[in-house]
Design a protein around this ligand. Structure first.
Ligand SMILES: [Zn+2]
Length: 406
């Protein structure tokens, strides 16, 4: 989710002419031979995208009930079932996104908010999609479920939560989200929260992770839920990379040395991922890629190639942020455009295995390993006192055990 969308979504719904008008000629396309190879490859390895904001669009269009939601026909935004099929998409993370609200949360983040309720409502919407469109949609919580859905001709809807403010400052909530099928939680959105600093605002609150944030990462490791580092500050990223027992996960982030946007990853952070497993989904949002009015598919290719050159082609993936913004890189305007991007990589000399990795297999490998880390840690913890408590955050005085009244 890119903030300007939320601010203007309601007023623009139903309007046409949402996309930027382009003055320059369209970017080049790969030759038909490469396009055919990309299409053939994608029929075997359909795209798994790390971040779409479909739930917020569904919520705006249909409220809390998808009975009349036209997912099978045509939807406002970049995503609907006919275009998913045309774009050879096998799955995506459906982001449960609720705006973070520092003024409601207060200085200690403990003011009551609607964040947990609204997050649950968006998880519910993603689950309703599977119930209303059972022929086309299947929920996925593991790579095995994803592959089963593919075999059944269904597109997998994975559930991610965009911002740990959605936990309502509770690790118990995290455990319950995991039970509902959440496979990643982005550690922050565009606000600092009780656990960690965001990339915005720039003045840090904790200097990275708080003590409570360190407990969050350890608990995510134990549950096998990925700690998504998109949107976080560089200090938060460095500390999670140091602390986490799981592979490092970015659902939708580019490289700062390609385009200097606060959301993109610092070069030293990228370099620190050379010797460990990781995956970075590259966004197509114009503001992050090369700036509004300037971003094209070529710039997205530059982010991909740069990150691949620093950490390896097997750690790059796709995190478009479709339905989370209005303006996307030219040539990548909606979910039908993935085959063009992958054909361009084949043309640049990427092997079919490398392109299949970028399309889906790199995300699947990292999720598999993250879930294995969770199984191992839970196995080791059998019979031991393993669950973290919430005392690290002084705001939860209500949970400190007391002696019963005599
Ligand atoms: Zn986002």
């Amino acid at each position: 989710m890119h903030l300007p969308l939320l601010h203007t979504l309601a007023s623009l719904l139903g309007c046409s002419g949402l996309y930027a008008t382009w003055k320059s000629p369209p970017p080049p396309e790969a030759s038909s031979t490469y396009q055919q190879r990309a299409d053939a490859l994608l029929s075997k390895y359909p795209v798994l995208d790390g971040h779409w904001d479909l739930p917020i669009v569904a919520r705006f269009l249909a409220g809390d009930n998808l009975a009349n939601f036209t997912y099978q026909d045509h939807l406002w935004g970049q995503v609907d079932i006919p275009r998913i099929k045309k774009g050879r998409v096998g799955g995506f993370w459906s982001a449960a996104y609720v705006g973070c609200n520092s003024s409601k949360e207060g200085p200690n983040f403990d003011g009551p908010t609607d964040e947990v309720r609204d997050t649950l409502e968006q998880i519910d919407l993603t689950r309703q999609l599977a119930a209303y469109f059972p022929r086309d949609v299947g929920l996925a919580t593991t790579p095995a479920e994803h592959r089963r859905n593919l075999a059944d001709g269904k597109v997998s809807h994975w559930i991610g939560i965009e911002g740990a403010h959605s936990l309502g400052n509770s690790l118990a909530t995290l455990r319950m989200y995991a039970e509902l099928g959440v496979t990643y939680v982005t550690v922050t959105h565009y606000c600092h929260n009780v656990f960690a600093d965001s990339c915005s605002p720039p003045e840090p609150r904790h200097g990275g992770l708080s003590d409570f944030g360190r407990r969050l990462i350890i608990e995510m490791n134990r549950l096998g839920v990925a700690a998504d580092l998109s949107h976080t500050s560089a200090a938060t990223q460095r500390q999670v990379i140091e602390l986490s027992a799981a592979p490092i996960f970015y659902s939708h982030s580019g490289a700062k040395s390609v385009y200097n946007h606060v959301r993109n990853i610092e070069e030293d952070v990228l370099r620190s991922l050379r010797n460990r497993d990781a995956v970075i989904g590259i966004p197509f949002v114009a503001d992050f890629v090369r700036g509004s009015g300037n971003s094209t598919i070529d710039d997205v290719l530059e982010h991909i190639e740069h990150i691949a050159s620093v950490i390896g082609r097997n750690k790059v993936a796709l995190g478009s942020d479709y339905d989370g913004s209005f303006e996307f890189a030219r040539g990548l305007e909606d979910v039908t455009t993935y085959p063009k991007l992958l054909a361009r990589l084949l043309e640049r000399g990427w092997s079919e295995e490398e392109v299949a990795g970028l399309a889906s297999e790199n995300f699947l490998r990292v999720v598999e390993k993250t879930q294995q880390v969770g199984r191992d840690l839970r196995g080791k913890g059998r019979g031991k006192k393993l669950l973290p408590d919430m005392k690290a955050w002084e705001g939860r005085k209500d949970l400190i055990p007391k002696s019963p009244p005599s």
